[in-house]
Design a protein around this ligand. Sequence first.
Ligand SMILES: [Ca+2]
Ligand SMILES: [Ca+2]
Length: 281
Amino acid sequence: MDSPKQLAPVAAMLVAAMACTTLPFGLGQPDPDDRVATLEAELQAARATAGAAPQADNQTTTQVAPVNVVAQDFTESADAFDLGEAARVEDGALLLGPYALCANDVANFDQPVGCLVICRECGRQLSDFRLSVDFTFEEGLSDREFGVILRWVDEDLDGTIDRPDYLLAIGFNIFDNRWRLYLHGPGEIEPWELVGQGEAGFLLPGRLNEFEAVATEGGQYMDLYLNGSRLTRITGGDREPGERLVQPWVNAGAVGLLGLGRGVQARFDNFSVEPLAEPDQ
Ligand SMILES: [Ca+2]
Ligand SMILES: [Ca+2]
């Protein structure tokens, strides 16, 4: 019968062989001290890398905000939003503006623009979602625009739209009866560029229009609807016929409402945001 004793020498040889293969340097090196110094330096570098990794992980986790179902009928309050200086709840609706100066009034974003009401409770990382809101022109300059923030990345976390930020928004021009899609890419000097527009078919002032945005496929596509009709489908990636290419594009961000031009007041009501399940990978 083979006993463990007979296996012992083999095991010892295996251990010795493994030790040899894991030796960092072979026999016959001219100067072992140099090699030891090199190894110590490598070890220090490895320790530094290992120490840095958890910090990077922490930064990533703190940037991911929770995504909630949000519904506001503005009966008494608008507690899902940061209202800022020129928005208020009145008569069961959210009155936005008038603002003194907005993005369509400035030549560049060196002067940050704060004509916005962000849905704080919707989170900063909405990718797949259904947003709906009712709106109408309230008073003021009807040729100035107001609208909906479809995706905003507040890169410098200052709560205003400025040069480092990414912003995609739709504006409603009641006087021209048109919708316009605006894009600001990070670092661009111009306030934003027009990346789409069309005839809107708004209801008469006082009657509430229904706007809906549906973002899908991990945030890569967005369908925009007004009063039940699809305005356009936008994407930053591969596009099919009939889809509108928007670049740069980001797959997640914050949403909200905004004034695009000065001197106009809009009424918003029945705001809701519902996260949609992301597709399986
Ligand atoms: Ca209401
Ligand atoms: Ca900003």
